[in-house]
Ligand binder design. Structure first.
Ligand SMILES: *Cc1c(COP(=O)(O)O)cnc(C)c1O
Length: 456
């Protein structure tokens, strides 16, 4: 353990401080504002504080420290110009009078138009603060629409078995019953399985396209007209819109409502439940309901929206199209380069991501072993054991922001790991060797996190 990996309380020495304020003197506040007993804080110097937090920040793997091919999460590099633009808006407050926030209004207005052009929707609300929050908002809009037509009986929503877990969860929170439509062996929605589900109790369908296997739903037009014919609406989960940027638009495919994840497709930083933005776009039919659904106070996460605005403006129309195409190229390049040592369950051109079903010759090594070994070699692991359609899923999404050299280095390491599994699988059992933490109990860590220091 390095000296500064110690907990900051262990560095504490009585009387040491990082900064001293002058005596309060005559300006000493009176009454309950003034603390008589000092807070139980570590007593450390400024260098101790800086080193402690800098070291902490590097115990975690981030996209600024290495390649992060976490499928379904679009961990693309976040250009630093975005941060600079955000710093220009420091100090604004949501309760400021409109006359003093015209620049902010202009950003929302620009983003409404830009996202409408990118997606083919009419208007967006920027209130939702995450993808799942956007889903809930969109489903509430669908419900309002049906209610306004006296169709209260439409209480069921169709969700494919390959959907992101948030889809059925949001539907349940919205009070809708989930009906599952199966995928065919080629990974696409089974239209024959869909047909008998459609009826007067259907509120709509939630689709992710490209779906969680990274495949484009080829029957999307037919699905759209079938659902519309039965009186339902189409929800588009656009969290992973990246590969479609400037290529096709959900609005043109027949979708009525959708969300985008600005904290994926539009480059703004995310992870660990940090701030996000899941703006919801609607087509003609739902525009009148946009003001009727209130899902958060104020105006959503403006900082995230502003970063996305900087990203869109700095790329411009042509380069945004390139981003989508390059993300598709990078994913197919890795897929084709590794399919002789990892099991590719569905042989097809993918979009921005694809799924392997573990090693071709596992020899006892699991997907978890592969993921942990990657950390030893300096790469973040792909998403593992999702989607649930396969037992050893490894979901890889390289994004467009990586060079050919980085992709090649990743491919080489993935091949090395396959070779290790074939020749000496024992190597993989205790990995990672080089990470600060090995194999935590992730369920326990999520359910009962220990977030504060306690003295023994
Ligand atoms: C990430 C993701 C979501 C959820 O987004 P959050 O911001 O994490 O709530 C929903 N659907 C898909 C397909 C996603 O990839």
């Amino acid at each position: 353990m390095k000296y500064y990996d110690k907990l900051i309380f262990e560095l504490s020495r009585p009387g040491r401080s990082a900064y001293s304020l002058p005596e309060a003197g005559e300006f000493k506040p009176s009454g309950s504002v003034w603390r008589e007993t000092p807070l139980d804080l570590p007593e450390v110097s400024e260098p101790d504080v800086v080193r402690h937090y800098t070291n902490l920040s590097q115990m975690n793997f981030g996209v600024d420290t290495g390649f992060y091919p976490l499928g379904s999460c679009t961990m693309k590099y976040n250009p630093k110009i975005n941060e600079e633009v955000v710093s220009l808006f420091n100090g604004i407050h949501p309760l400021q009078p409109l006359s003093s926030t015209q620049g902010v209004q202009a950003v929302y207005d620009f983003m409404d138009k830009a996202l409408a052009e990118i997606t083919g929707m009419k208007h967006f609300t920027f209130l939702p603060c995450a993808g799942a929050h956007g889903e809930l908002t969109g489903l509430m809009l669908i419900r309002e629409y049906h209610r306004s037509r006296g169709e209260e009986a439409r209480t069921k929503i169709i969700v494919p078995d390959s959907a992101h877990g948030t889809n059925p969860a949001s539907a349940a929170v919205c009070g809708l019953d989930v009906v599952v439509v199966k995928s065919r062996p080629d990974g696409l929605v089974d239209v024959e399985d869909l047909k008998p589900l459609l009826g007067p109790d259907i509120a709509g369908i939630m689709l992710t396209n490209p779906n969680t296997l990274g495949l484009f739903e080829r029957d999307i037009k037919q699905i759209a007209s079938l659902v519309h014919e039965c009186g339902g609406l189409l929800y588009y989960d656009g969290a992973n819109m990246n590969p479609l940027l400037g290529v096709v638009r959900p609005g043109d495919m027949g979708f009525d409502v959708m969300h985008l994840n600005l904290h994926k497709t539009f480059s703004t930083p995310h992870g660990g439940g940090g701030p996000g933005s899941g703006p919801v776009g609607v087509g003609e039919r739902l525009v009148p309901f946009l003001d009727k659904v209130h899902v958060s106070g104020f105006h959503g996460n403006f900082g995230v929206i502003l970063r996305a605005c900087a990203y869109i403006l700095s790329l411009g129309r042509e380069n945004i199209k390139l981003a989508g195409r390059l993300s598709t190229l990078a994913a197919n390049y890795i897929k084709e380069s590794l399919k002789d040592c990892y099991k590719l369950p569905i042989e097809s051109v993918c979009k921005h991501e694809f799924v392997f079903d573990g090693l071709l010759e596992p020899n006892g090594a699991t997907t978890l072993d592969v993921a942990k070994r990657l950390l030893d070699y300096g790469f973040h692991a792909p998403t593992i054991y999702f989607p649930l359609l396969f037992h050893q899923a490894l979901m890889i999404e390289p994004t467009e922001t990586e060079s050919l050299q980085t992709l090649d280095a990743f491919i080489e390491v993935m091949r090395t790991i396959a070779r290790e599994a074939a020749e000496d699988p024992e190597i993989l059992k205790g990995v990672p060797h080089n990470a600060p933490i090995g194999r935590p109990d992730e369920t326990l860590a999520a359910r009962q996190p220990v977030l504060k220091y306690s003295r023994q």
